[in-house]
Every structure is written in structure tokens, then in C-alpha cells.
Design a protein around this ligand. Structure first.
Ligand code: SAM
Length: 219
């Protein structure tokens, strides 16, 4: 048996252990990507095998939380892929305006930039006050960051460019309070957002929605 085969077995067992101990199902995730993430965690923690990692996370739930953060890809940004948000503004928003009340589900929000982008867009379209946005993710650490809504101030320039490319015309910095190197999102934009832990692989949908966004999650 080759070393590669042993690693594949160890990765299968690790994923199975996570599923059975914590109920998070990574069994259908792309193996190469998972393997890279696990290898990184092994190197950081000075562990030699995935079996050692499996033992550690089976017996220490707080350690599992850290590994969980490694396993999920949390890359995100505000107004990510601007043409999408431009289409939401031009095509979807007029349809949403025909409803008295609108439910929107952001499934897999990572650290929240996507849902705050939507909140800004909806406010500018005069829709925010009749919307309820459900912002969910399986990664509790990312979700906590999303709730806080505090981003590196150094990102504002890049976010402003994306906002403008998506059709935004207001002074984008007005949506933030900047202090030192942090930019905190305007609290009023959080009012109609419900943040909740939700695992798309195992948890049922929880309400009927008018609009569901599930972007860059199925990777
Ligand atoms: C790359 S981020 C995408 C964030 C945002 N939607 C965007 O496009 O910028 C992927 C997110 O999906 C979440 N995710 C992965 N598997 C999930 C699952 N089974 N249920 C819910 N969220 C999941 C990850 O935790 C991560 O925060």
C-alpha cells in the first residue's frame, strides 16, 4: 500500500469522525481541497498524521472549532462579482418591490460582506424596511465575525470600487464608522438581518423565501 493511499484512508476516517462526533458533513466535499486544508493545520500544530488530528478533535470540542474554521473556505468581499449585484439592482429589486414583505436567505455568508452588500443595495432601492434577511453559515466563528460587522479599514477602497461597479452612487464610506484600522458597518443595516448557524448538508430549510443566494458555497 502506498503512502498516498494511507493518507486517503486517514482523510476519510477524519471526515467520518467529524460527522459522527459533531454532525458536520464534509463527506461530499472536494477531497483535494480538504486535504490541503488539513495538511496546513497539521503543519501549524506540529502534528505528523491525520490520525493524530482526528484524536485531538474527537476529544476536544474547542480544538475542533479551530479545525472547522480551517476546513471551510471563508473568502468573501463586499459586492463580490459586481455584475451580480448590478443585476440584483436592475432586475431582481423591481420584482421584489411587487411584494409587501420580502424574505431573503443568504446561505453561506462567511464573515457577512455579502449580506451587508445586499442590505445597502436594498436600502438604496427603498426596500430594506420591508425585507427580512436570513444570514446563515455552518462556521460559527465566521458567523460571529459577520454579526460584529467590523472589517479592515484597508479594504474600504476595494469595497468602494466594487460598490460603484455594482451601480452604487452614494458615498460608500457613509455606511461605516472608521476607527483606527477598523471599519464598522452602520448598526441600522443589521436591524433586519437574522444571523443563524445552519448546515446546508444536514439542516432543513426553515421558511419560504422570495430570494435565495448561495454563492461560492458548493465548492
Ligand atoms: C467562500 S465562502 C462564500 C461567502 C459568500 N457567499 C460569498 O460568495 O462571498 C463559503 C461559505 O460557505 C460556508 N459553508 C460551507 N459548507 C457549508 C454548509 N454545509 N452549510 C452552510 N454553510 C457552508 C463556509 O463556512 C463559508 O463561510
Amino acid at each position: 500500500m502506498t503512502a498516498v493511499d494511507v493518507e486517503a484512508i486517514e482523510l476519510d476516517l477524519l471526515v467520518e469522525a467529524i460527522w459522527r462526533r459533531y454532525g458536520y458533513d464534509f463527506r461530499g466535499y472536494a477531497r483535494a481541497s480538504l486535504a490541503r486544508r488539513v495538511e496546513r493545520r497539521l503543519a501549524l500544530d506540529g502534528m505528523e498524521t491525520m490520525a493524530a488530528l482526528q484524536h485531538a478533535l474527537l476529544h476536544d470540542a474547542s480544538y475542533f472549532r479551530r479545525v472547522m474554521t480551517d476546513l471551510t473556505v471563508t473568502t468573501t468581499e463586499m459586492f463580490r462579482y459586481a455584475p451580480f449585484f448590478r443585476a440584483v439592482r436592475e432586475v431582481v429589486a423591481p420584482r421584489l418591490k411587487t411584494y409587501p414583505y420580502v424574505h431573503i436567505w443568504h446561505a453561506g455568508i462567511s464573515t457577512g460582506q455579502e449580506v451587508y452588500s445586499m442590505a445597502i443595495l436594498l436600502r438604496e432601492e427603498g426596500l430594506y424596511d420591508r425585507c427580512r434577511l436570513y444570514a446563515t453559515d455552518v462556521n460559527r466563528t465566521a458567523l460571529e465575525a459577520a454579526k460584529a460587522g467590523v472589517f479592515p479599514a484597508s479594504k474600504l477602497q476595494e469595497y468602494t470600487a466594487a460598490y460603484q461597479a455594482a451601480g452604487g452612487r452614494e458615498p460608500f464610506a457613509d455606511y461605516f464608522t472608521v476607527a483606527y484600522d477598523k471599519a464598522a458597518i452602520d448598526e441600522s443595516l443589521k436591524e433586519n438581518i437574522v444571523f443563524a448557524e445552519h448546515n446546508l448538508a444536514t439542516d432543513a430549510p426553515f421558511a419560504e423565501m422570495h430570494f435565495v443566494l448561495c454563492r461560492n458555497v458548493l465548492i
